[in-house]
Write a protein that binds this ligand. Structure first.
Ligand SMILES: CC(C)(COP(=O)(O)OP(=O)(O)OC[C@H]1O[C@@H](n2cnc3c(N)ncnc32)[C@H](O)[C@@H]1OP(=O)(O)O)[C@@H](O)C(=O)NCCC(=O)NCCS
Length: 110
């Protein structure tokens, strides 16, 4: 709570939008409070025909076009399509992961 209102949220958003644009994305979609995200240009104007796999509040599904018209006629289920950020398995087998079946506590030698 101490850090609210310092502009951290806005700075993170501006950075994320700049990176998304630089990577060639046409639009950004999020679930959030419209009164907050409106300041960045997000609206529900073109998300009415989009849906998510689970339950969600329709008025919180917001979109922002990075390329004009990118969300024109957008419809259907939103599903993950990008590469996962983190690998699902460790990249290297560590000593700990190899010996997972070994006893956790080794008795002291007398
Ligand atoms: C929303 C949140 C990310 C903003 O982070 P922050 O670093 O305080 O944001 P900023 O400093 O850039 O902006 C603060 C401004 O946003 C406004 N604001 C914060 N939450 C808001 C909301 N839910 N609706 C409308 N305005 C909101 C503040 O009143 C303040 O307004 P001001 O610029 O007129 O003074 C942060 O308050 C937070 O994590 N809130 C709890 C979770 C949440 O509500 N997430 C958004 C929905 S998923």
């Amino acid at each position: 709570d101490d850090c609210r209102g310092l502009g951290v949220g806005a700075a993170l958003m501006q950075r994320a939008l700049a990176v998304a644009k630089a990577r060639g994305h046409g639009a950004v979609i999020l679930l959030g409070d419209a009164p907050y995200y409106a300041r960045f240009g997000f609206t529900a104007a073109k998300t009415g025909e989009l849906s998510l796999p689970g339950a969600f509040e329709r008025d919180r599904l917001l979109g922002l076009e990075l390329v004009e018209g990118a969300l024109d006629g957008a419809w259907g289920m939103i599903t993950p399509a990008g590469a996962p950020l983190l690998p699902k398995r460790p990249l290297l087998k560590t000593k700990a992961s190899r010996s997972r079946k070994a006893p956790l506590a080794v008795p002291h030698a007398a």
